[in-house]
Every structure is written in structure tokens, then in C-alpha cells.
Unconditional design. Structure first.
Length: 349
């Protein structure tokens, strides 16, 4: 359906997007997850035809979009700040795209009524959009984007301006509508909870490249890189040095990795040499795993547990000043106290 091929974009001599490629199929919701400033909105603007890449192509059903102006692309957009026309009422906002296409008044009436029902705003046609709450305004924006039956929907941090309970409501509503209408969608956000909740496929954008592309559960199970694990807040990512490889086979094997919190025996499918630097993911575990000893530096209450930042790391009598792992405990420890936790260790490189 939509194919994005090798997109490069530079601003002020700084590369922002460096060879972005992915495709979106019928009925699929793609979620592009990236930090603020990573180029997500720029990519959406280029897909919409409002901006142009230095190189690369956008194809829709095998047709290059380069010659297709934005209003002919039939793509719907929903922004963080709603982008409604403040001087128009709800009806006229939702009808806008249909009027632009010279749709008959009768058809417009039917379609607007249908769309307002879909977003639970039936009967409010005459209301001024400026009288609505943020969540309601965003539902009008969604109805407006859906009304002309777009070939693709794009969402740019649509929940960014809403508070937590409204976010969950609207996210569920968007999910429901995307499943029902089967319109392919690209949903852009920096919020991983949102991304994992709505995506059929997650794309992680980091440093101008897509560093991971997969179903949410696959990405979570196998982040495949230190950056992906960090972006997803999966645990503590630390650097280590390979000290001794064991039963070395061509496909990798087990190895000892020395880190600031101890030496771990890790298996890895890649082949690492002795003294090679690797990144390890330390996931806090209950009973099984390697035990590490940490000194508490700071304690923060988070929902039903305490987030503990650690500092001084003591290893077999040897004091190491670096550290800074974050762990979670049911009971608050004292600052300065030594604690033991079990971790499961994976190699990320
Ligand atoms: P995101 O949506 O991921 O937060 P953006 O695509 O909005 O990121 O912007 C990424 C970077 O590109 C920003 O740091 C910004 O400085 C730069 N940028 C965006 N648009 C322009 C522009 N028109 N001119 C120059 N720099 C821009
Ligand atoms: Mg943005």
C-alpha cells in the first residue's frame, strides 16, 4: 500500500533522517516511536506532501507520490493541537474536506452525522469548537480526518495535550475506529505505553534510522540493540568487556563479561572476541539470576513500589564508585544501605 523508500532529510547541514524505509499495509497500524526532535513530524509532513526529502521516494499502490499535491493524496491528518477551524462549528469542521471535494449537501449531511456518531458527538453539530474540552476537540479532528474516507490516516502525537484519563479513553476510541474502518495508519508518538497499546507494528526511530521494526511483543522480547532497550526502558543497560569465551562456536556461545557491577556469564548468539566491548541488559528478576550488591543512593515512590537509584557498588570487597542502576523494591530501603538483587543478564550486541 504505502511504501517509504530510503528517505534522507537534512536541516541546516545536520542529517535528521538517514535512509528511512518501511511499508504500511491495508488495515495496519504502524507506530513510529522516537524521542522528541527525532524527526517524526518531519517524516509525516513529507508523507503528506507538505515538505520534501533530499532523496528517497513515497509510493502509494506502486505510484510515486512526488507529483501528487497534498490535497489530492487523500491522506487524513490528526495533530496534537487539533488544528480545528475556530470560526466554524462542529458540523462545518467535519464537513470541511467533503465541501472541498464538492460533495452534495445531502451526502455531506449523512456523512457528518455518521462520523459524529462514530466519535460519540452526535447531536452537537451546532456547537462552537472553542466551547469543547480538549478530548472533544480531538474527537472532532478525528471525525474531520475520517469524513472524506482517506486512504491513509496519520496521527502526530494526538494525545499529547490531554490528561491521563482522557488519553486512555481516546486511545481506545482510535483503536476501535482503526480496526472498524481498516484504514491504514501511521501513529507517531514519544510515549511507549501509547505506542505499544495501539500498534500492530512498532518502529523505533533513533538517530535518523529505524533501529527496530516488529510486532510489539517481538520488539519487547528482543530489543536487539542497546538503544532499543534504553528507549523502551526495559531495564539497566550497562557496558561490559568480554573476558573469556567458552565453548566458542561460530554462532557465538557463552562468555564471561566484566562490568562495573560484577562479572556475568552470558550467552549470546553473536560471536564476540576477547576484550570486545558489549552492552548488557540487566533485568531485575525475583528468584533466579545473578545476585548483585548495590548501595542505595536515592529512593522515589512510584505507584505501588519504590524506585531505587543506586551508587556505590561493592564487589567482593572492592569498592567501585560508579554505578547508577535503577531497581524496584516493594519496601523502601534507607539511603546508604547495601542491598542485594537478582538480575537476568542478556547481551544486546
Ligand atoms: P519530532 O516530531 O520527532 O519531535 P521534528 O520532525 O519536529 O521532530 O523535528 C526534528 C528536528 O528537525 C528538530 O530538532 C528541528 O530543529 C528540526 N527542524 C524541523 N523542521 C525544521 C525546519 N523547517 N527548519 C529547520 N529545522 C527544522
Ligand atoms: Mg513532532
Amino acid at each position: 500500500m504505502l511504501e517509504i523508500q530510503n528517505i534522507f532529510k537534512t536541516y541546516d547541514n545536520k542529517p535528521l533522517l538517514r535512509g528511512i524505509s518501511f511499508s504500511v499495509s491495508q488495515g495496519e497500524t504502524i507506530c513510529l516511536l522516537g524521542a522528541s526532535g527525532s524527526g517524526k513530524s518531519t517524516l509525516l509532513r513529507m508523507i503528506a506532501g507538505l515538505e520534501f526529502p533530499e532523496s528517497g521516494q513515497f509510493l502509494f499502490n506502486q505510484i510515486d507520490l512526488a507529483q501528487t499535491p497534498p490535497h489530492i493524496r487523500d491522506f487524513g491528518l490528526v495533530f496534537q493541537d487539533y488544528g480545528l477551524f475556530p470560526h466554524l462549528n462542529i458540523f462545518d469542521n467535519v464537513a470541511f474536506g467533503l465541501k472541498m471535494r464538492n460533495t452534495s449537501a445531502e451526502k455531506i449531511n449523512i456523512r457528518v452525522t455518521e462520523m459524529l456518531e462514530l466519535v460519540n458527538l452526535q447531536g452537537l453539530e451546532k456547537r462552537k469548537v472553542t466551547d469543547l474540552s480538549g478530548g472533544e476537540q480531538q474527537r472532532v479532528a478525528l471525525a474531520r480526518a475520517l469524513a472524506p474516507q482517506p486512504r491513509l490516516l496519520m496521527f502526530d502525537e494526538p494525545l499529547g495535550a490531554l490528561d491521563k484519563s482522557l488519553k486512555d479513553d481516546l486511545l481506545n476510541q482510535i483503536r476501535f475506529i482503526l480496526h472498524k474502518t481498516k484504514i491504514p495508519a501511521i501513529y507517531v508518538t514519544h510515549d511507549q505505553d501509547e505506542a505499544f497499546a495501539i500498534a500492530d507494528r512498532i518502529l523505533l526511530l533513533h538517530d535518523g534510522e529505524i533501529i527496530r521494526d516488529g510486532a510489539p511483543d517481538e520488539v519487547w522480547k528482543n530489543p536487539n540493540s542497546a538503544w532499543a532497550a534504553r528507549m523502551l526502558g526495559m531495564g539497566n543497560v550497562i557496558e561490559g568487556v568480554v573476558k573469556r569465551r567458552m565453548n566458542a562456536s561460530r554462532e557465538g556461545g557463552r562468555m564471561n563479561v566484566a562490568t562495573q557491577v560484577g562479572v556475568f556469564e552470558v550467552s549470546c548468539k553473536h560471536k564476540h572476541k576477547n576484550n570486545e566491548k558489549v552492552s548488557l541488559l540487566l533485568k531485575q528478576s525475583g528468584e533466579v539470576g545473578d545476585e548483585i550488591k548495590l548501595k542505595v543512593a536515592d529512593v522515589l515512590f512510584k505507584r505501588d513500589q519504590f524506585e531505587v537509584k543506586t551508587r556505590g557498588v561493592a564487589l567482593s570487597g572492592e569498592a567501585v564508585s560508579k554505578g547508577g542502576l535503577v531497581i524496584h523494591l516493594k519496601d523502601a530501603p534507607r539511603v546508604g544501605q547495601m542491598i542485594r538483587v537478582k538480575v537476568q543478564v542478556e547481551c544486546l550486541t
